[in-house]
Design a protein around this ligand. Structure first.
Ligand code: CO8
Length: 262
């Protein structure tokens, strides 16, 4: 599919999806969501892709939220459908069986913050700003922010952010556990790619099972989560890459993972 509002590139097994409406600070409109959803399908169908990076075009913004010019015209039903459409697309992102890193290069507000929260982890540039400012529009987050933010940073911190709508800096976002690493703007993509390449060199089955165990286990009680982990561990053991990993250790050499699903 040809894309207009996102840039979709695949290089050496790493897919980069760039939100590309810099004049509107990459705000999420209906067309962009349609394209983003197709890109997620394309990634799911391509077994050569090992890791995904999400970022924003330009140096000012990752995504400054849902497009307020569109949002302002919605009645309640349209708002519900738009919220559902966004949530479906963001769920597709969260449910990708491969790791996804958000490289946040500026504003990650409202829907943009929610998009980043659905990634496996976030690297941010020093100039990044995070926030859920919907309260200032008389709204609440509608793309999963009231659910993912408290799960990520705790209920009370999430309430303060959502009730005040205030932005926080990249360093503050790291302090509360939203961001893993803060980089100078010029090295954000380099640092993100370095980690993406490292992850891409690991076995595919174990990455898949690790993500599934963490995501499903975090939504279950500890015992159920540990059962999910046992099953994932057993599946990994059946993979060629587990044979290679354990054999390489015993032969005192570096493992070379094939990264297939066998
Ligand atoms: N939507 C549409 N256009 C936007 C948005 C946006 N979210 N954000 C910025 N823009 C546009 C501006 O209108 C401006 O356009 P123009 O040049 O044509 O006037 C351009 O981008 C540049 O923006 P600014 O001039 O405002 O740049 P500043 O550096 O002065 O300010 C800010 C940057 C602080 C990011 C400011 O633009 C801002 O506050 N933006 C809005 C942020 C916001 O409120 N985001 C939340 C949106 S609501 C949301 O995400 C809800 C998600 C759930 C929806 C559920 C479905 C119903």
């Amino acid at each position: 599919m040809a894309y207009e509002h996102i840039i979709f590139q695949v290089e050496e097994g790493i897919a980069t999806v760039t939100f590309n409406r810099p004049k509107a600070l990459n705000a999420l409109n209906d067309d962009l969501f349609r394209e983003f959803s197709s890109a997620m399908d394309e990634i799911s169908a391509n077994e050569d892709i090992r890791v995904v990076i999400l970022t924003g075009a330009g140096d000012k913004s990752f995504v400054a939220g849902a497009d307020i010019t569109e949002l302002a015209t919605y009645d309640a039903l349209q708002a519900k459908y738009f919220s559902q459409k966004g949530q479906r697309a963001i769920s597709k992102l969260q449910d990708l069986p491969i790791p996804v890193i958000a490289a946040v290069n500026g504003f990650a507000l409202g829907g943009g913050n929610e998009m980043a929260l659905a990634c496996d982890f976030i690297y941010a540039s020093e100039n990044a700003k995070f926030g859920l400012p919907e309260i200032n529009l008389g709204l609440i987050p509608g793309f999963g922010g009231t659910q993912r933010l408290p799960r990520q940073v705790g209920k009370n911190m999430a309430k303060e952010m959502i009730f005040t709508g205030k932005m926080i800096s990249a360093d503050q976002a790291r302090e509360i556990g939203m961001v893993n690493k803060v980089c100078p703007p010029d090295s954000l993509m380099e640092e993100t790619l370095k980690t993406a390449k490292d992850i891409a060199s690991k076995g595919k089955v174990c990455l898949r099972e690790a993500k599934q165990a963490i995501n499903s286990g975090m939504e279950a009680d500890l015992l159920t989560g540990c059962h999910i982990e046992c099953d994932g561990f057993a599946l990994c053991m059946a993979s060629e890459d587990a044979r290679e990993g354990t054999t390489a250790f015993l032969e005192k050499r570096k493992a070379v993972f094939k990264g297939n699903l066998k």
